[in-house]
Design a protein around this ligand. Structure first.
Ligand code: PEP
Ligand code: MG
Length: 581
């Protein structure tokens, strides 16, 4: 038995056989062939290509059915490679001139293109390399009679063990088959972790060398709550975790009874409990978990996993659907937050040294007003179909906010001229997730109707800790005194300026931190749907004055660890079953 530590990414316990997901190189045999064998090799290539096409079409169908069309379209580029006639001709010429088996020729030809693509100045072509390489491996596997890559072809229920998984790969997982996943790299608030929470798949990231320590098929327990992976556990450990699974299940069942109850303290101070979503398909889960609305719709996910941009109409449909399903509850649409760890294929994103501090979010939107306007038009048009609000990500100063609002004003006038309806009173907010914005929030408050604190980024920028880097995950502390002070200041300043203040970072969904934030007077808590009932339980279990005194005492403590210990002890007084023993 071996226990590996990692970063807790998505809560819950799961156990089962491991399935190693790796993009390891395939061994490609090289053997001479005769002229007479060339037609057979061409036939083998054709068959492998057809098989690959069928496999990709099957994946697209499955993804389309389970998660929506946007997920399926990631594979359109793969199909284009398979249909490329000039590539096919080059391989046939190679077969005839070099007289080697088709695996070797195919691999050489595709590698030559990959090298050229990797060196090109054209960002778009450079980004195509991953797709071409994926097709290369799929065709080679078929030529060699090997199994397709496991992540999209999983038929058994398994725990995925991988070096890394992108947010879009995670989005492809199906929770019926993926029991849990563990990766070598990654941080707690990476979008891969956030996606795992949305899908309710227990996950541990940043486990450093899990891919070297776990063998294929080995039995593992993934404890996504504590960030631990137990390899080859002994029977008492299995029994202990089975008990925990049952306890978790029972706790969830109890929490479900809170679904229709108000989110208010014992002395009736109400708060708004909202959910974060990435795609419209998540709305049923939001409703099932008893949210008051959607506090963050990460619209950039509409732009990922595809090779063309969603046009205004398509976006309108998505926003309209969510608005109508949630009405009369509010839905806060965040304008696209591309960049950071979410990249887009059709747009030519440069490779950056520090993408989280680079061409991201509102910076990108202001640089590409054509794309930004289409999104704003879609949001405004959908605003009459429900209760929509709009917010901008990564605001770092007043000018940026004014410029975004100016464009919004232009788009409003354009719609007026066209006679298109939109909600005139649409509330507009700013995310406060950059330290400069936190420090000048009195100035920003004059330009907006509300603030939503994005702690995932606010913590990484304030503490200079990359949110996806597992090596420094220990420094990523929501309880750091600097973070507490910043948040308190944002809430106080927002209230002094008569605007409401919410939080849509992961911090809002952690029970001990929710107690602290309640005491600070936070108006709205928006978090992954699975965390919502936990927060509601905390809020319904305390008097507001208790939360206030906890907050005041927490603010006097010198270290993040002290604050964490104190908050856990305070929470234990009111809801002991939410705190681990
Ligand atoms: C945040 O930064 O806290 C946030 C909610 O936005 P995202 O996680 O999408 O960056
Ligand atoms: Mg953010």
């Amino acid at each position: 038995m071996l226990t590996l530590k990692g970063v807790p990414a998505a809560p819950g316990v799961a156990m089962g056989k491991s399935l190693l997901f790796s993009s390891e190189e395939l061994m490609v045999p090289r053997r001479p062939i005769t002229d007479a064998q060339v037609p057979t090799e061409v036939l083998r290539l054709e068959e492998a290509m057809i098989l690959t096409r069928h496999q990709i079409a099957a994946i697209q169908k499955k993804l389309g059915d389970e998660l929506g069309q946007e997920h399926a379209e990631i594979f359109n580029a793969h199909l284009l490679v398979l249909e490329d006639q000039s590539l096919r001709e080059e391989i046939i010429t190679g077969l005839k001139s070099q007289r080697l088996n088709v695996e070797a020729i195919f691999n050489d030809v595709v590698h030559k293109h990959l090298k050229a693509f990797a060196r090109t100045e054209d960002e778009y072509l450079r980004e195509r390399t991953a797709d071409i390489d994926d097709v290369r491996k799929r065709v080679l596997r078929n030529l060699l009679g090997k199994q397709p890559a496991p992540i999209d072809q999983i038929t058994e229920r398994a725990v995925i063990v991988a070096h890394d998984l992108s947010p879009s790969e995670t989005a492809q997982m199906h929770k019926d088959r993926v029991l849990a996943f563990v990766t070598d790299v990654g941080g707690r608030t990476s979008h891969t972790a956030i996606m795992a929470k949305s899908l309710e798949i227990p996950a541990v990231v940043g486990s450093v060398d899990v891919t070297r320590r776990v063998q294929k098929g080995e039995f593992v327990i993934v404890d996504g709550t504590r960030g631990e992976v137990i390899v080859d556990p002994d029977p008492p450990t299995i029994t202990r975790y089975e008990l925990e699974q049952r306890r978790n299940h029972e706790l969830r069942r109890q929490l479900q009874t809170l679904k229709d109850l108000k989110a208010e303290t014992l002395d009736h101070r109400p708060v708004i409990l909202s959910a974060n979503i990435e795609l419209p398909e998540e709305v049923p889960s939001v409703i099932a978990h008893g949210a008051h609305g959607i506090g963050l719709f990460r619209t950039e996910f509409l732009y990922l996993n595809r090779y063309d941009l969603p046009n205004e109409e398509e976006q309108y449909e998505a926003y309209k659907t969510v608005a109508e399903q949630m009405a009369p509850q509010p839905v806060i649409i965040r304008t696209m937050d591309l960049g950071g760890d979410k990249f887009l294929s059709p747009l030519q994103f440069p490779t950056e040294m520090n993408p989280f501090m680079g061409w991201r979010a509102i910076r990108f939107s202001l640089a590409r007003p054509d794309i930004f306007r289409a999104q704003l038009r879609a949001v405004l048009r959908a605003s009459v179909r429900g209760n929509l609000k709009l917010m901008y990500p990564m605001i770092s100063g007043v000018e940026e906010l004014r410029r975004a609002n100016e464009i919004l004003g232009e788009v409003r006038r354009e719609l007026d001229q066209e006679g298109q309806a939109y909600a005139k009173e649409l509330e507009v907010g700013a995310m406060i997730e950059v330290p400069s914005a936190a420090l000048i929030c009195d100035l920003l408050a004059k330009e907006v109707n509300f603030f939503s604190i994005g702690t995932n980024d606010l913590i990484q920028y304030s503490l200079a800790v990359d949110r996806v880097n597992e090596k420094i995950a220990y420094l990523y502390e929501p309880t750091h005194p600097a973070i507490l002070r910043l948040i308190k200041q944002i809430i106080d300043v927002g209230h002094a300026n008569k605007i409401w203040v919410g939080m849509c970072g992961e911090m809002a969904g952690e029970p001990p931190l929710a107690l602290l934030l309640l005491g600070m007077g936070l108006d709205e808590f928006s978090t992954s749907p699975v965390q919502l009932p936990l927060v509601k339980r905390v809020i319904r279990s305390v008097e507001y004055s208790f939360a206030q005194s906890v907050m005041q005492q927490a603010l006097t403590l010198p270290t993040g660890k002290d604050v964490e210990t104190f908050l856990l002890a305070s929470l234990k007084q009111v809801v002991p079953d939410l705190v681990e023993v």
